[in-house]
Ligand binder design. Structure first.
Ligand code: ADP
Ligand code: NA
Length: 346
């Protein structure tokens, strides 16, 4: 088989929650552990993406270490994966600039993430109420930086959620545009590696996904939550007034979310029959289901929390890991930049 270069990134904007873990990071670990000998697996913490929104400098530095410790605690192994901070590898932004110069503005205007940020900033759709400070050029162009993140490593496979499909398609368009313009097959077409993981929903509002940015702490379980906190949050999860337990993700998203979290925490098997799990609770109370969900989440998360605390207490080791990753990533990235600049005539 052709060797794969697997690449993904995550922003240092908060401790990962259960959705990040079950929906993304767990799959990263699995890809790392099942990679073929010739494959390269690369995960990076994307600080340059984080600053497209306002960040407090001292806080950001802490978040970068928190995210590194989180990924290590979840099972990313720097001996198996290239793990580093994007903001320490200037080739990412250097390539992004070159890609900016072949990317039509119209491609970026069409991004739904941009359109929704625009809609928020344009209070009630009135053009003259744009908050200029929020709509910076970096926020507009960050999908190009994402394309550069992928392309700087000549990545072939990108494990990201469905919410990122449009951005990955943009990266493909940009790679194609570069290859076409310069008549070279310098960049492979990056393929999306989707997971079958179900979206984890907010524990306070099951119409929303679990998210770092939701106002209520009770809406999400962090990988650093202790057993008491996890139990309290699951007990407080919003469901509905029907006493019978059934798996009906559309009609009863709150209960459906509990069943799907239970399944995800007790098995890595994506084809697990969620209806059958629902039926197995026939005649039992929602409190029983919640207790089982809490136990399953604790069994999954508590070893990660303990590992996180152990690792986070060693900032000098964390910095060593980060620096070793930087050296390796710069080696790879500068090889690509040499080719790119030669191709472009710089
Ligand atoms: P957040 O929305 O909490 O800020 P990010 O956008 O940083 O999370 O997402 C990081 C990764 O976690 C992405 O691959 C994303 O698809 C995944 N992810 C985020 N929230 C969830 C969720 N609630 N359920 C499953 N996966 C999620
Ligand atoms: Na997000």
């Amino acid at each position: 088989a052709v060797p794969r270069v697997i690449f993904s990134g995550i922003q240092p904007t908060g401790i990962p929650h259960l959705g990040n873990y079950l929906g993304a990071i767990r799959n990263w670990v699995k890809l790392q552990n099942t990679a073929a000998p010739g494959d390269t697996v690369i995960y990076c913490i994307v600080g340059y993406h984080a600053i497209t929104l306002p960040q407090d400098p001292v806080h950001l530095e802490t978040e970068r270490l928190n995210m590194l410790a989180s990924l290590l605690a979840c099972g990313i192994n720097p001996k198996l994966s290239l793990l580093y901070n994007q903001d320490q590898v200037p080739e990412h932004t250097e390539l992004a600039w070159i890609l900016n110069c072949i990317t039509p503005v119209g491609w970026l205007s069409r991004m739904t993430t941009w359109k929704s940020k625009l809609a928020v900033a344009r209070n009630a759709g009135s053009e003259d109420e744009i908050d200029e400070s929020m709509l910076n050029l970096g926020l507009f162009a960050y999908p190009v930086l994402q394309a550069a993140d992928i392309m700087i490593h000549k990545s072939t496979h990108v494990p990201v959620g469905d919410d990122q499909t449009q951005h990955l398609e943009l990266a493909q368009d940009i790679a194609r545009a570069f290859n076409h313009k310069y008549g070279d097959d310098l960049f492979p077409m990056p393929q999306q590696l989707s997971t079958s993981a179900k979206r984890v929903l907010s524990l306070r509002d099951p119409a929303q996904k679990m998210s770092k940015s939701a106002p209520s702490d009770k809406s999400r379980i962090l990988i650093t939550d202790d057993p008491a906190a996890i139990t309290a949050k699951i007990r407080g999860a919003v469901t509905d007034s029907i006493t019978e337990i059934t798996y009906d993700p559309e009609g009863r998203p709150g209960v459906g979310n509990l069943i799907s979290v239970l399944a995800a925490c007790t098995s890595e098997e994506p084809t697990l029959d969620l209806d059958a799990i629902g039926r197995s609770y026939q005649g039992r109370r929602i409190q029983d289901l919640k207790q089982d969900v809490a136990d399953a989440v604790i069994a999954k998360i508590d070893p990660i929390r303990k590992e996180y605390e152990r690792i986070r207490a060693e900032p000098s080791w964390l910095r060593d890991v980060s620096e070793a990753g930087t050296v390796l990533a710069r080696e790879r990235a500068s090889r690509t930049m040499l080719e790119v600049k030669r191709t472009v005539g710089l």
